[in-house]
Each structure stands twice: as C-alpha cells, then as structure tokens.
Design a protein around this ligand. Structure first.
Ligand code: OGA
Ligand code: NI
Length: 345
C-alpha cells in the first residue's frame, strides 16, 4: 500500500496543519521530528490544538512499517483462533495480571450488547506474552518498541505544545519506566443486530493510545457533543488522548470519549498500543500549568497503578474514573466517591 502522505489531507487556511476529509486533525510525524524550526513550530501548534479541541488525531509518516502492523494483527488473530484450552490460563487473569485473554459474548449490559474477544499484554517495563502462537513474542516486542518510541516522541512535542520543555512531561511521569500495554480486539460480525456495540463508551486510562484497525470501520469518537465515525487514512494511526494527559495538562488537553461499533457482516479487529506513566508515579497537574490556571489545580494527585486498577476493575463508564480525581465540589456528594481510595493519594 502506498505510503500515506499529505495528499490524503485537506490543509487548513493558515497552513498550520491538516485535517482528514471528516475534519479529524492529521499530524505529520516526519515534520514534527525532522522539519525546520518554522515547520516544527507549526506542527506543534497543530498538535496542541488537536489535543485541546479533539483529544484525538491521526498520525501519518510515523515510521512504523505497515508490514509490522499487519504481522501484529495476524499474530493476534492466530491467538484468538487457538482452542480454548491453549488460552485458558490467561482467561482467569485479573486486571493487573500481565497477560489476559477474554473471550466470547458478554450478555446485555446497560441494554447494549458487547461483542468482543481481547488479548491484553503488558509490554513495558517488561514484555509479557502468551507462549502461543510462537511468533507472537518477537512481533509484539518489536511492535511495542517501535510504537513506544513514537508515543514518547509525540509526548515531547505535546510537552512543547503546552509551553514546557520537551522533557517536562517525561520527567514528571518517569517515562523512562513508562507502563505500556498492547491490546488486540476482535469483534465478530453482529448479524442483524444493527448498531451493536463492541466496546462501551470510555476514555483510555493512560497517557496516549495508538490504534489501528483491519479496514473495517467502527471506532467512534465524541467531538462537539456528536459521535463521529473515525475513518483512517491508510497506514496511519489514530492517537487517543488518555486520562493521564488530561490530568498532567491540568485539563488543557482532553481525554476523548470513544466506543466501538460492530459491523453486521465483517469481523472487525483493532490493535492498541498504550503508554502510561511509570506505575508508581503519582500523577498530578504540572505545577506551572496549575499556577497559571484561573481555578488552580483541576485534579488531585493519583498513583497511576491505583488509577488503572480502579478503571479496569469497574464497568467501563464514560470517564467516571477521571471524575473521581477531578477537583469539583459536586464530586464530594457523588455516591461512592468519598470512600474511594483514589482520592486520598
Ligand atoms: C480500546 C478501544 C476501540 C476499538 O481498546 O481502548 O477503545 O476500535 N478500542 O477497538
Ligand atoms: Ni479505548
């Protein structure tokens, strides 16, 4: 497939950045890293706007080979097709276990049907992987390394877009020891069940998420109160701003709400690579950003491990986890919140 380039995009009037046909911001990674200083500045401004106004964008010219994306998806598909006995040891796992496989059909929750098989592997600081298929470890390790490098570079540019040193967010969150997880999602065709939901509405618990899919659309993001079907530029990645970026940026950048629809006839697959802070980092708004904000700090400090465990142990419900650490008077009256171990970190 051809390398995506800017001809797939529409330039906006001021030349500062591009948008897809549907209006989704498109960030050219090559310009961000290798552009001259004027080009970099324009790309960083565009990136900052994408994080503030959308919490979502596409990245092109990102340097991760399309063949590696394909091989990762194939290895994941192979895992899903193994007989249940081969996967059963990972099916008992809890949210903080490093390899987890979930399978089958989840009965109705909140009136919606969720169809999804998934594989979750912790990939950093240590790579964890099911033993089979044998090819998976090598491919997943390579994929994790390449996508982690990409997301760390994006984090540097994001830090600059907030008016901070490029290394500021990485230092605050100890990203040398960042957490990383890979997730493969398989959504069987829903048949006549039109509008079946594969994954309910949520925001991601980490800092940044990179997602690509197998050519079957289904990811919807909420933008300006509307749900928009995200159609990728071939070879690109979707980038999703997660809860920890909303917290460190003191709410300047928004963790976008999203969900996945299931196709009627075609199986849909998506593959996610997510980075978060070091699991032991206490995440709070960067003090310089809180100082300059009219209301001061918008979030309390929270240890990422506790945050993630909480989010993963409860039913996915929009961004309820983020609301618990948000500094808002009404939070104290919200049922359950005062007792949450999350708010006293
Ligand atoms: C996720 C997610 C959406 C999709 O894994 O967090 O949002 O399109 N997936 O599968
Ligand atoms: Ni998600």
């Amino acid at each position: 497939m051809a390398r995506p380039d800017r001809s797939d995009c529409v330039e906006n009037g001021d030349g500062a950045g591009a948008y897809s046909e549907d209006g989704i911001p498109v960030v050219d990674f090559d310009v961000l890293v290798n552009g001259n200083s004027d080009q970099r500045l324009a790309a960083i401004l565009h990136l900052g706007r994408a994080c503030a106004e959308w919490g979502f964008f596409m990245v092109i010219n990102h340097g991760v080979p399309e063949s590696l994306q394909g091989a990762t998806m194939d290895a994941c598909r192979e895992l899903f097709s193994l007989p249940t006995e081969e996967k059963s040891e990972y099916m008992e796992a809890g949210p903080m276990d490093p390899v987890r496989v979930g399978t089958g059909f989840n009965s109705a929750v909140d009136g919606a049907k969720y169809w999804r098989d998934y594989l979750k592997m912790f990939a950093h600081p240590e790579m964890h992987c099911p033993a089979k298929p044998a090819i998976l470890r090598e491919i997943a390790t390579e994929y994790a390394t390449r996508t982690r490098g990409l997301m760390l570079e994006l984090t540097t540019a994001i830090s600059e877009s907030l008016g901070l040193d490029g290394s500021r967010i990485a230092e605050a969150l100890n990203l040398d020891n960042c957490f990383q997880i890979l997730v493969g999602n398989y959504y069987p065709p829903a048949g006549p069940d039109v509008g079946a939901i594969g994954m309910p509405t949520h925001s991601d618990h980490g800092l940044l998420t990179l997602l690509f899919q197998n050519g079957v659309n289904g990811l919807q993001v909420k933008h300006d109160s509307e749900w928009l079907l995200a159609k990728p530029i071939p070879g690109s990645f979707f980038v999703i701003v997660g809860d920890q970026l909303e917290i460190v940026s003191n709410g300047r950048y928004k963790a976008v709400l999203h969900h996945a629809l299931v196709d009627g006839e075609q199986a849909r697959m998506s593959f996610v690579s997510l980075i978060g802070p070091c699991l032991d980092a206490v995440v709070k708004p960067i003090p310089e950003l809180a100082r300059d904000a009219p209301q001061g700090a918008e979030f309390r400090g929270v240890r990422y491990r506790d945050y993630m465990e909480h989010q993963q142990s409860n039913k996915l419900k929009e961004n309820a986890a983020l609301d618990i650490v948000r500094v808002h008077r009404q939070i104290l009256t919200r049922e359950g919140s005062p007792n949450s171990s999350l708010i006293n970190v």
